[in-house]
Ligand binder design. Structure first.
Ligand code: SF4
Ligand code: F3S
Length: 108
């Protein structure tokens, strides 16, 4: 499956959710995740993300590797709800875009 990684955190542009034919994105307060059970590896979401947050799980960097488990964890969390329509990005997205690391900032 494809996974959402670091650069989405606190930005959440949501362009990606509009194009997924499987509707496999779920949303938390400041991050989205892909349900690995639903993803068919079509990759159409990848170019939609303005901050290049979506990568194939087989291509993650070492820094991105924790996101494989995190996407699966959030997809199973009943508090994380499906999101299928784009909405405005988080208000401070420009400020957070270049910040790294920011995984610890993910809100549950
Ligand atoms: Fe959805 Fe395709 Fe992206 Fe998987 S790769 S999350 S199926 S758009
Ligand atoms: Fe996040 Fe990029 Fe989608 S910032 S919400 S993965 S368009």
């Amino acid at each position: 499956p494809f996974v959402v990684t670091e650069s989405c955190v606190a930005c959440k542009h949501t362009d990606c959710v509009d194009v997924c034919p499987m509707d496999c994105f779920v949303e938390g307060p400041n991050f989205v995740a892909i349900d690995p059970e639903g993803c068919i590896d079509c990759s159409v979401c990848v170019p939609e993300c303005p901050v290049d947050a979506i990568v194939n799980a087989t291509d993650v960097t070492e820094a991105q590797r924790p996101y494989i488990a995190l996407n699966a964890q959030f997809a199973r969390d009943p508090a994380w709800r499906p999101i299928t329509s784009r909405k405005p990005p988080l208000p401070d997205h420009a400020r957070w875009q270049a910040v790294s690391p920011k995984r610890h900032l993910i809100e549950l």
